[in-house]
Design a protein around this ligand. Sequence first.
Ligand SMILES: Nc1ncnc2c1ncn2[C@@H]1O[C@H](COP(=O)(O)OP(=O)(O)OP(=O)(O)O)[C@@H](O)[C@H]1O
Ligand SMILES: [Mg+2]
Length: 218
Amino acid sequence: MPLTFDDLVTRARSLAEPGGRAVLGVAGSPGAGKTTLAEHLVRALNGSGDPWVAHVPMDGFHLADVELDRLGLRDRKGAPETFDAAGYAALLRRLREETDGDTVYAPGFERVLEQPIAGAIPVPPTARLVVTEGNYLLLDTGAWRRVRPALDEVWFCAPDEDERVRRLVARHEEFGKTHEEAVAWVRRSDQRNAELVAATRDRADLVVPVSALPRVDV
Ligand SMILES: Nc1ncnc2c1ncn2[C@@H]1O[C@H](COP(=O)(O)OP(=O)(O)OP(=O)(O)O)[C@@H](O)[C@H]1O
Ligand SMILES: [Mg+2]
């Protein structure tokens, strides 16, 4: 039997331990469907009761444009060196350790402004499972290598490559780029990042098969 979305929900639920907090990572290339999978998992796990699962995207650790300009990295936005990887790893450690005190705040990412926003995502002490997702969870360079040890499991999203590129172009258009700009950006910037991410796939605990991806009406 191929793995189903319900199997993923069961596996994610089993990571949470009473009294503690587990952190599940979802990795994958740009546009692979990480955010969509994480949102569906969190919704299915929380059901209609009190929320016990939180969603903390890696996206919130994008460096702000003002810092990218200072570093001369603005045109590489989205590449590993354009994130605060050490800050992300430190937050993941805090999420595991600080489970019975105050709310832990994670930064969010505003897609229209393309800027991180501090304090956007509350993780209350009642959260027993955190689902975090992003491109570089399995990277083994610099501060990124501190991320994997802070995660209980990492799942890898790898949909059909043509479909991934098509969706990515559509998403860039939706957020203001013309079709030509979107195609150029995907070819130039996203593709290089996608190759870096694809090379980390073997380090995942699970490669999510297409059969288990949530059904999304588009
Ligand atoms: N299972 C699915 N079925 C159909 N469409 C999907 C599915 N998952 C994602 N998509 C679509 O693909 C696009 C990219 O999805 P999503 O934003 O979840 O990817 P991502 O990996 O988080 O991308 P990024 O790396 O840019 O954050 C979106 O337009 C989304 O609606
Ligand atoms: Mg995303």
